[in-house]
Design a protein around this ligand. Structure first.
Ligand SMILES: Cc1cc2nc3c(=O)[nH]c(=O)nc-3n(C[C@H](O)[C@H](O)[C@H](O)COP(=O)(O)O)c2cc1C
Length: 174
C-alpha cells in the first residue's frame, strides 16, 4: 500500500456510485481507504443498489469517537466526503463534530490535510452556498459532482469516473 490511508466519508446525498467507483480506483492505485458512513449514507447507498460498499474491509462506526480518524495524531493522506449532503456540509462548516465523519473532516482542516467535499444538491440555496464558501475559506476543496462529457463517455461509470478521478487526484497528487 502507498502512503497513509485515505478517509472516505459517505453521506445520505444521492450518488453512492461515486463512492463505489472511488473505492475501485483507490484499490487499483494501491491506496488503502477507511470508510465512515452516516446512517442516511447507508440507507441511500442501499436504495441506490451500491450494497457492495458495505463489504469494504475497514468501516468505522459513525459514533466511534475512539476510532483513529477522530484524532490528529493518526496519520491520513486526507479525506473525501463523496457524496456530501447539505446536512453534513452545514455541520462541517459549523464545526459541530457530532459524528465521526464530521469530526474526521474537522481534524483534516485543523491539521492542514486535504479535505475534498463533493456536494450533491440541485439547486443550491443561499445557506448551501454560504457553507461552501465558509469551508473553502477554512481550507477545504469544494468539488461539486459535476461530471464532464468531452471525452465521450459511453457508460454511467465513465461519466461518474470523470468526477471520481478529479477527487482522487486532489487527494494524492499534492
Ligand atoms: C433517496 C434520497 C436521496 C437524497 N439525496 C440528497 C442529495 O442529493 N443531497 C442532499 O443534500 N440530501 C439528500 N437527501 C437527504 C439526506 O439524506 C438528509 O438530509 C440526511 O439528513 C443527510 O444526513 P447525513 O448528512 O448525516 O448523511 C436524500 C435522501 C434520500 C432518501
Amino acid at each position: 500500500m502507498k502512503d497513509s490511508p485515505i478517509i472516505l466519508g459517505i453521506t445520505g446525498a444521492s450518488g453512492a456510485i461515486y463512492a463505489k467507483r472511488f473505492l475501485q480506483l483507490a484499490k487499483k492505485k494501491n491506496f488503502a481507504v477507511e470508510l465512515i458512513i452516516t446512517k442516511m449514507g447507508e440507507a441511500v447507498l442501499k436504495h441506490e443498489a451500491c450494497h457492495s460498499i458495505l463489504q469494504h474491509k475497514k468501516i468505522h462506526r459513525i459514533d466511534d469517537f475512539f476510532a483513529p480518524p477522530a484524532t490528529g495524531s493518526s496519520r491520513y493522506s486526507g479525506m473525501a466526503i463523496l457524496p456530501c449532503s447539505m446536512g453534513t456540509l452545514g455541520r462541517v462548516a459549523a464545526g459541530t463534530s457530532n459524528n465521526l465523519l464530521i469530526r474526521a473532516a474537522d481534524v483534516c482542516l485543523k491539521e492542514n490535510r486535504p479535505l475534498v467535499v463533493v456536494p450533491r444538491e440541485m439547486p443550491f440555496n443561499e445557506i448551501h452556498l454560504e457553507n461552501m464558501l465558509k469551508l473553502k475559506r477554512a481550507g477545504a476543496i469544494i468539488m461539486p459532482a459535476c461530471p464532464h462529457f468531452y471525452k465521450h463517455p459511453e457508460s454511467v461509470e465513465d461519466v461518474v469516473d470523470t468526477v471520481v478521478e478529479r477527487v482522487f487526484n486532489s487527494l494524492v497528487l499534492r
